[in-house]
Design a protein around this ligand. Sequence first.
Ligand code: CMC
Length: 378
Amino acid sequence: MPHDFMPGLAGVPAAKSAVSDVDGERGVLVYRGIRVEELCASSSYLETAYLLLFGQLPNRDTFTRWQQDIMHHRRVKYSIVDLMKCLPEQGHPMDALQAAVAALGMFYPGRNVKDVENNYWSAVRLVAKLPTIVATWARLRHGNDAIPPRDDLGFSENFFYMLTETPPHPSWGEIFDDCLILHAEHTMNASTFTGLVTASTLADPYTVVASAIGALKGPLHGGANEEVVLMLKEIGTPERVPGYIDEHLKNKKKLMGFGHRVYKVKDPRAIILQRLCERLFHECGTSPLYDIAVKVEQAAEELLKGKGIYPNVDFYSGVIYDKMAIETDLFTPLFAMARVSGWLAHWLEQLRENKLFRPDQIYAGDHNRPYVPLDQRA
Ligand code: CMC
């Protein structure tokens, strides 16, 4: 049956899903029917992760058990730490994360993805261990020892503790938790689709997540948050913004952190992240990068008027992380440690009615071409 070819599968449904939904015209994002604004105001990352994975907000008992299960699985085995010690310290943290997650699967070999109980524990391990892996790598590459998690700290506070050996400024845990909520899920994006393709082969969840991490790394997807801050630092001062943006767009270069396949208005996550920036700077002093970012948004609005290109989730998140003194190349790993709950929610959904992904192609090559022996080729 012939079909129209849609480059990038734009507008082609790849799955039926009840995990999240985007209204790109109105700028609305819901997880399991609940708006992200409401989740940021009232929920936590761990509760939101549970909602995404299992479809319901947990009751008190279930939530207590979920928190405890996560807490008990935050540590990573010495062998994983040793493996990371063997990686080149100048390597990108996304590569270290992908290698460590793939290796995790070798330590937890439950390959039968039809085993519901085993799948629960795989999800717990992955949600719990990704922050530990990110923080461990961030320390090892500078010659510092890994810091084990602290059981008296919440999910986000503990991440900062494992990174710096000090619990964060009181409001940072809350702001960072909201950032994780906003990055936890976003319908059929490139990394989720990658994870689903891997899942459809009935590969184990560690392989599913490792493949999704690979797709997230690219600058057109999660890698954009790192590029944004590098661009803001390159611009240097708010006064240099108009000239820089003008030149950039004249040279047909894309502005990182702008544009989206689905949103035709400002990404609702960018709106919340901008508010979080303002809260952070009100409490902890401003950041020069924020003034530049606001100017970039204004200049881009002027120059890209009518094209439906506005800041996306990657535009303001890096400004927050930079103020929290997190190294720029860790921004995409932070995205991954939040998005793992979305990837796994889609993985569980895929397993319920699995069909191997095996799309078609439109062949554009030759037929009946003769084989020319080596000594007769030009
Ligand atoms: N800056 C300037 N022009 C842009 C941008 C941008 N960021 N994004 C799209 N355009 C223009 C593009 O040049 C093209 O113009 P024309 O029709 O004149 O040739 C038109 O808009 C359509 O662009 P496209 O790349 O075909 O559209 P798409 O739906 O494939 O783009 C996108 C989606 C996210 C890949 C793109 O907007 C982009 O490359 N943005 C920059 C990278 C980025 O911020 N990525 C993060 C995406 S959101 C979070 C995430 O997934 O991690």
